[in-house]
Design a protein around this ligand. Structure first.
Ligand code: NAD
Ligand code: UGA
Length: 469
């Protein structure tokens, strides 16, 4: 056994995480918090990100994260740009680098882009001079662990590696509570004595705070495929209810009533049945497309078509929203001033990756509307997402100021603050007729209608002051 690792006697084990993003940063903060006997180090190629992790202004916004980082940083949680040293000192290495959709070459627009993950595997191999457990934390195509093993063992450097799959199920905005109180933790390994030994080491970390019955173990391929499947099932529920929302709007049925009625069936359950302008986020679309690509690769075209339709309905829902706005506002949006309430892909995060608001904003600009974008956390990201767009766009944090003088408000994100605004005051400040398109069904539609707004929810009858002919 190679054994040149420098040991810090204060700690039982050294854990390293390569990739200090949403998952790496939050997961390691919670591990450090719950396991004071482990030294946890997060490294990243992005030095700016590491500097932010070491500052009072963390690179990501997650409720509860600041407190945990403040109590652990400098004690058993460290952020560093020295990747090589981190690898050398580690017993266990979590890999949590980005795995976006490929934008070039074979599989462009569908397959996972594994370049960051592959470079990390080579870095680990080249810098290692002692045995290590490598834990894939990212969302990866099934059989990626095999590729990891092949890269790690491609040179004969007398170092033994065990590869584990431990996909992460946290959702942004609730990352800390999801990590502290997870529904389950999934740990997959090779079912060999070495594989099971390594798997038990990782179980040992989570056992510090997760009840044992919620730590499940499996073979490595099932673990990898469970993650893609979980995201596909969650997204499928949203597309299913969104598809029904379109039918509700034609038939005066109410999608909220339907979600309530079907959600009481225990076999269906009540979660993830909120109709919306569409799902966003860095993972659902990318992971479903990845699944579709895998199915096509294995010749399962019917299966691929089935899952692809989840993404197609999501695109349709966003376009339907724009079409409704256009139709309602007299078939032209030219020079109309539209205020977007929210830009983040969901509430309680500043993340805007794949946010439906990006699509809606771009389409409104195409229609030559003027935009005012408001969001309590996501304005900096919004500026980057829409940078370079030709068009009139203002970014205004205060929702009252943002809505003043506008023809319409479109709710893009379900931030609580939007439900508690003084809408009478907002109505008075807007151009008339004033419209609200509630892409999240969070507002009190009847009250808004009584104030004077023309109100267009998702999957519910519209409340319009115009007489039908
Ligand atoms: P992210 O983009 O926020 O962070 C990834 C980080 O990895 C970046 O800071 C990047 O600079 C760094 N990185 C890339 N290559 C590197 C290298 N060679 N060496 C060191 N650092 C490197 O990504 P994320 O949202 O944290 O997602 C990471 C993985 O977890 C993805 O596979 C994703 O699908 C999965 N996941 C994400 C979420 C989520 O809510 N964001 C939830 C569960 C799983
Ligand atoms: C999702 C999963 O929920 C996590 O379990 C998973 O770990 C993560 O993806 C991942 O792999 O990255 P996340 O994307 O952070 O988490 O957020 P969700 O709460 O799932 O919301 C995704 C999108 O669906 C948001 O735009 C949200 O507004 C939308 N949504 C959600 C709806 O439109 N309706 C709903 O009923 C629920």
């Amino acid at each position: 056994m190679a054994g040149k690792k420098r040991k810090d006697d204060k700690f039982k084990k050294n854990i390293l995480c390569i990739g200090g993003g949403y998952v790496g940063g939050s997961t390691m903060a919670v591990i450090a918090h719950k396991c004071p006997h482990y030294k946890v180090t997060v490294v990243d190629i992005n030095h700016n990100r590491i500097n932010q992790w070491n500052s009072d202004m963390l690179p990501i916004y997650e409720p509860g994260l600041d407190d945990i980082v403040q109590t652990t940083r400098g004690k058993n949680l460290f952020f560093s740009a020295d990747i090589e040293r981190g690898i050398k000192e580690a017993d266990i290495i979590f890999v949590s680098v980005n795995t976006p959709t490929k934008t070039f070459g074979t599989g462009a627009g569908m397959a996972a882009d594994l370049q960051y993950w592959e470079k990390t595997a080579r870095q680990i191999r080249d810098a290692s001079d002692s045995n290590k457990i490598i834990v894939d934390k990212g969302t990866l195509p099934v059989k990626t662990a095999l590729a990891m093993e092949r890269i790690l063992t491609a040179t004969n450097n007398d170092v033994h590696f065990d590869v584990i799959s431990n996909p992460e199920f946290l959702a942004e905005g609730t990352a800390i509570s999801d990590l502290i109180d997870p529904d389950r933790v999934l740990i997959g390994s090779r079912e060999t004595p070495d594989g099971i030994h390594a798997r038990n080491e990782i179980v040992g970390i989570y056992k510090n705070w997760v009840p044992e019955e919620r730590i499940i173990t499996s073979d490595i391929w099932s673990s990898e495929l469970s993650k893609l499947t979980a995201n596909a099932f969650l997204a499928q529920r949203i597309s299913s209810i969104n598809a029904i929302s379109a039918l509700c709007e034609k038939t005066d049925a109410n999608v909220n009533e339907i979600a309530h009625a079907i959600g009481l069936d225990k076999r269906i359950g009540d979660k993830f049945l909120s109709a919306s302008v569409g799902f966003g986020g860095s993972c659902f679309q990318k992971d479903i497309l990845n699944l579709v690509y895998l199915c096509r690769y294995y010749g399962l075209n019917e299966v691929a078509d089935y899952w692809e339709s989840v993404v197609r309905i999501n695109d349709y829902q966003k376009e339907r929203f724009i079409f409704n706005m256009l139709l309602t506002m007299f078939n032209t949006l030219v020079d109309k001033k539209i205020c977007l309430f929210g830009f983040a892909f969901k509430a309680n995060t500043g993340d805007t990756r794949e946010s439906p608001a990006i699509y809606i904003a771009k389409r409104l600009i195409e229609e030559k509307a003027e935009l005012v974008i408001s969001d309590p956390q996501a304005l900096e990201n919004a500026k980057m997402d829409l940078g370079g767009m030709d068009g009139r766009i203002q970014y205004v944090e205060d929702p009252y100021e943002a809505a003043a003088g506008c023809d319409a408000i479109a709710v893009m994100t379900e931030w609580d603050m939007y439900t508690n605004l003084h809408y009478e005051k907002i109505y008075q400040s807007m151009s008339k007729p004033a419209f609200i398109f509630d892409g999240r069904n969070i507002l009190n539609h009847k009250m808004l209608f009584e104030i004077g707004f023309n109100v267009f929810p998702i999957g519910k009858p519209k409340l319009s002051h115009f007489r039908e002919r």
